[in-house]
Design a protein around this ligand. Structure first.
Ligand code: AMP
Ligand code: GLY
Length: 424
């Protein structure tokens, strides 16, 4: 089989690493890929939203299956583009159709979906320019902190959590009237603030049956002890100790099954990953958000724990055998620590040489923001490398990753040294 992975982050490197181990994989293309994926397959530069160019790649390389890493191409309809093109329609697309992708592409759609199918989530109301004054009144009625969510995609910056009423009112106006987030903010969801522990749960589905992937905890804030600005993720741990069989059964009943059933009731063809972001309090989970893809950096701890042939499972989605394929997960713990460019998620410099990866041989080093410049590996993003280690405990896995992080060198390297500590 010839496989095309779309995307350029640590998530896509982890996919490429796993898929390249499959005996079913004949050719692997990563578009655009990064400095790490090029050792596993052929990197071809493309904008993930440039569907005609992706079509050319598929034809030239006789691609049988594409795995869509990031959300934008899904929200922009890559699945439907393939299925409506005579030359592409036989290619298996891992990633939902455009209507399914609305679970991530529209917060309002996701909230309506959850309400309709009785899926536990925070109470909410949504507002536009037409009822913004009601939005102001609603903010007065609820209590602090105020959670404002821009309806559309906003590069991970579309959730605002504000302590003061005047700030919340001001932001609501900035987003809706002054278009702070452009059209993505034409509608704003205002919702109840949830407390508890965040957890990411991943499901792989062919639309009818599904398999629950390893759960993970992501560390979103840039600073230690969860302080400072939100980032794409500074580290992750899998499994999460409090996620036991009892909890998963409840989650399955209350959230996963209703989600799959809801998609079916809406006649939404969903073949791919569902990432359910949860807030857990006293053993009860509420959905914070759906994403229609795998998480990054969660993928870098989830994928290494999958023992089964992932490509075989994904092909099963296309050929109808998915529900019959065995799915094995390792009992071990995976920890990943993200090495970032100092300054991220705000301003940072790139282009610095990276050394020492070969010394970090107790870990799997997935590249996020790297590229090759005349054979020299250089930094090329805020999140540079995901350093994953596998061991028998969180403590041991984190220790291995910390040792590896120490060995890898680049200018202005920064990483959190407390990943996993809260779970010990
Ligand atoms: P998102 O960009 O949707 O991943 O949201 C960013 C972060 O905002 C989440 O990871 C949560 O930490 C936080 N968040 C979102 N919604 C809520 C909520 N209703 N209550 C508390 N925290 C929330
Ligand atoms: N780590 C969170 C995300 O991928 O959205």
């Amino acid at each position: 089989m010839n496989v095309l992975i779309i995307g350029s982050g640590g998530r896509e490197h982890a996919f490429a690493w796993k898929i390249s181990q499959s005996s079913l994989c004949k050719k692997l293309v990563i578009a655009p890929g990064n400095g790490g994926t090029q050792d596993l397959g052929l990197n071809i530069y493309v904008d993930p939203n440039d569907f005609p160019s992706i079509k050319e790649i598929c034809i030239e390389h006789n691609i049988d299956i594409i795995i869509v890493g990031p959300e934008d191409p899904l929200v922009n309809g890559i699945h439907d583009f393939f299925k409506s093109d005579d030359k592409l329609k036989e290619i298996i697309v891992i990633g939902p159709c455009i209507r399914g992708a609305k679970l991530e592409g529209s917060k309002e759609f996701a909230k309506e979906f959850m309400q309709k199918y009785n899926i536990p989530t925070a109470r909410y109301k949504s507002f536009t320019i037409d009822n913004i004054e009601q939005g102001m009144t609603y903010l007065e009625e609820i209590s602090s902190p105020y959670v404002l969510k821009v309806d559309g995609l906003a590069a991970g910056k579309g959730v605002l959590i504000l302590d003061r009423l005047d700030e919340a009112k001001n932001e609501l106006r900035e987003i809706i009237v002054n278009k702070k987030f452009g059209d993505a903010g034409s509608t704003v969801v205002v919702e109840e603030y949830l407390t508890g522990i965040e957890l990411s749960v991943f499901v792989l589905t062919d639309g009818k049956s599904y398999k629950i992937l390893p759960s993970a905890k992501d560390y979103k804030r840039v600073g230690e002890n969860d302080t400072g600005l939100n980032t794409g993720g500074m580290g992750a741990i899998s499994p999460v100790p409090f996620v036991d069989r009892f909890f998963m059964d409840k989650l399955d009943r209350e959230i996963i099954i209703p989600t799959i059933k809801g998609l079916n009731s809406e006649n939404i063809l969903y073949q791919g990953f569902i990432f359910i972001g949860l807030m857990v309090s006293n053993g009860n989970a509420k959905v914070i958000e759906y994403n229609v893809r795998m998480g990054d950096p969660e993928t870098e701890v989830v994928i290494p724990r999958i023992k089964s042939d992932l490509l075989n499972l994904l092909l099963g989605i296309g050929n109808g055998s998915f529900s019959e394929i065995d799915f094995d997960i390792s009992e071990k713990t995976a920890a990943t620590v993200i090495l970032t460019s100092g300054g991220y998620p705000e301003k940072y410099q790139t282009g610095y040489g990276i050394s020492g990866i070969e010394d970090a041989d107790n870990s799997l080093v997935f590249h996020s923001g790297t590229k090759l410049n005349n054979k020299e590996l250089i930094t090329n993003g805020g999140r540079v490398l995901a350093v994953t280690s596998i061991a028998n405990s969180i403590e041991a896995a984190v220790k291995k990753s910390m040792e590896s992080c120490n060995k890898i060198k680049f200018n202005q390297k920064y990483y959190r040294k407390d990943i996993g500590k809260d779970l010990l």
